[in-house]
Structures are given as structure tokens and as C-alpha cells.
Design a protein around this ligand. Structure first.
Ligand SMILES: Nc1ncnc2c1ncn2[C@@H]1O[C@H](COP(=O)(O)OP(=O)(O)OP(=O)(O)O)[C@@H](O)[C@H]1O
Length: 270
């Protein structure tokens, strides 16, 4: 259980030299190089991310943690092509998304990325199954029946497929949202506080499913969370502070993550 602080970081190339390579290695699902995101201008400018280098390993569950305002959501949004970058480059597998036009980016997000948010965002008039396949139906893609069955059985929703969201518990609704994110077999799934609206038991069910979707179904997941217990379901945790990656932890436990987070509090108050 050793920490490997440099595993996902790459040395920063000097300006104009050694342009970072696209992540052709099969082990890298997403990469950011010198990713900087600033909001606003002049004296009121906030640098939410400051020259971040990160590789997201394929087939692993990565949690992103850090104090409030450290840049977690901004990092996730920039990696997923939901937000533009101020400087730097981002790839999803071999595709540099910071070079794509809006339409191409929309298509890439639809076809290659899955999303799970704190709000379940299910359509109330559709059944669970219809919600799960909706993005693929809109895109005109047919789900692979064997894969869909695997995903539905992994989330434990076989008996609930004809129910509408109001007939499901919060945990079940979020499991529908997870199945929807995985239905198209995306290259990477981004989850932003997926258990933020759930009680601890339902949260554990959802996190257990996310972990199984990596271990059993071979998916890649990146999750932003405030909760050390949630982060402990991941294979590794990346810690952000003030827009920088400041630490990483393999095989996290709730206690070790909590201890690490306390050190941020001490820095702030001490
Ligand atoms: N649209 C925006 N306009 C201006 N500043 C923003 C905007 N979005 C984020 N910021 C600022 O960027 C910094 C990083 O924000 P971000 O939401 O990424 O942090 P976070 O770690 O996800 O925070 P939290 O844990 O509170 O959700 C913060 O200082 C925030 O106020």
C-alpha cells in the first residue's frame, strides 16, 4: 500500500519544447497536460486549475478529493469536455478534445463518455429501462443486448425495469442513472458527487456498483467526492489543493483519506 505520488504526473515541458504526446498507451483513458483554467480577468481572476498534469489510468476507479474550492469539479469538467480550458491540452484516449469544434465535442461526449451527477436527472414519464437506453435512442444507436443485460444485472435492477422514477428509492434512481451512463459502454465515466443526495446505505450500494463496474465490467471511472468513505471505494485518490495536484493515495481507506484531508484543514487554520 505504498503511495506513488508521481505516477500520474508528468514532468512539465518547457515552453515550446517537447509537446506532450497523446496518450496512445492503452493504459491511459484520459490525460491533461499543463491544464490551466482561470475564471474572470485582472485582479478578480480566479485560477481554479494551475498547470495540472494528470493521467487517468484505464480500468481503474479514481477519486478526486480536496478542500472546497480546490478545483475538483473544474478538473472533472475540463477532462470531460464540459468546460473550455484557458491553457493546456486534454485528451480522451488518443483524441485531443481541446482541439475539437463544438459539434465534434458534443458527439464525443455522447458516444464515448458517461456521466453521473448528484441529481439523478431521470425523465419522470419514462420507465427505468427507457431512461437507461434514452441517450442511445436519441443518438440512434442500438444497445448491445448482452452488455445491457450485464449492466442491469450488476446494478440489481432486473425487477424494477418497468417502474417509473417516482416508484423507485433514491438509491435505485441513482443506480438507473449509473446504468444509463454505462449503457453505451463508454471509454470513461465521470461521476460528480454521485452519492451526495443519498443516505449512507443507498450511497454504499451505488459506490459498490461503481467499483464492480470497474472490477468486473472493466470500466474506467473518475469520481469527485467530499466523502472519505466514498473515496475508499476507489482504487486510488488524487488530492487537489488550490488548483494543484498535491498528493495521491493507492488503496485508500476512509481513515487514511480522512487523515490526509485533516492536514488540509490544519494548513488553513494553522
Ligand atoms: N463559473 C465560475 N466563475 C467564477 N469562479 C468559479 C466558477 N466556477 C468555479 N469557480 C471558482 O474556481 C475555484 C474552484 O472551483 P471548483 O468548483 O472547481 O472547486 P471544488 O473543489 O469542486 O469545490 P467544492 O468542493 O466546493 O464543490 C473556486 O475558487 C471557485 O469559486
Amino acid at each position: 500500500m505504498t503511495q506513488q505520488p508521481d505516477r500520474h504526473r508528468r514532468p512539465s515541458p518547457p515552453d515550446g519544447a517537447d509537446v506532450p504526446a497523446p496518450p496512445n498507451r492503452p493504459g491511459v483513458a484520459a490525460r491533461a497536460a499543463q491544464l490551466t483554467k482561470a475564471y474572470g480577468e485582472g485582479e478578480t481572476q480566479v485560477r481554479a486549475l494551475d498547470a495540472v498534469d494528470i493521467d487517468i489510468p484505464r480500468g481503474r476507479f479514481t477519486a478526486i478529493m480536496g478542500p472546497s474550492g480546490s478545483g475538483k469539479s473544474t478538473l472533472m469538467h475540463c477532462l470531460a469536455g464540459l468546460d473550455s480550458v484557458t491553457r493546456g491540452r486534454v485528451w480522451i484516449a488518443g483524441t485531443e478534445i481541446t482541439q475539437l469544434k463544438d459539434k465534434e465535442l458534443t458527439k464525443l461526449r455522447r458516444d464515448r463518455i458517461g456521466f453521473v451527477f448528484q441529481a439523478f436527472n431521470l425523465l419522470p414519464t419514462l420507465t427505468a429501462l427507457e431512461n437507461i437506453t434514452l441517450p442511445m435512442d436519441i443518438a440512434g444507436h442500438k444497445p448491445d443486448p448482452a452488455w445491457l443485460e450485464q449492466v442491469i444485472s450488476a446494478v440489481g435492477l432486473q425487477d424494477r425495469l418497468k417502474h417509473r422514477p417516482t416508484e423507485l428509492s433514491g438509491g435505485q434512481q441513482q443506480r438507473v442513472a449509473c446504468a444509463r451512463a454505462l449503457a453505451s459502454r463508454p471509454e470513461i465515466v465521470f461521476a460528480d458527487e454521485p452519492t451526495g443526495n443519498l443516505d449512507s446505505r443507498s450511497g454504499a450500494e451505488v459506490l459498490g456498483f461503481l467499483r464492480r463496474s470497474v472490477d468486473v465490467l472493466g470500466q474506467t471511472i473518475v469520481m469527485v467526492t467530499h466523502d472519505p468513505g466514498a473515496a475508499s471505494y476507489a482504487h486510488q485518490v488524487v488530492f487537489l489543493a488550490d488548483g494543484h495536484i498535491v498528493d495521491e493515495m493507492d488503496a485508500p481507506t476512509p481513515d487514511r483519506v480522512l487523515e490526509r484531508m485533516k492536514r488540509f484543514d490544519k494548513l488553513r487554520t494553522g
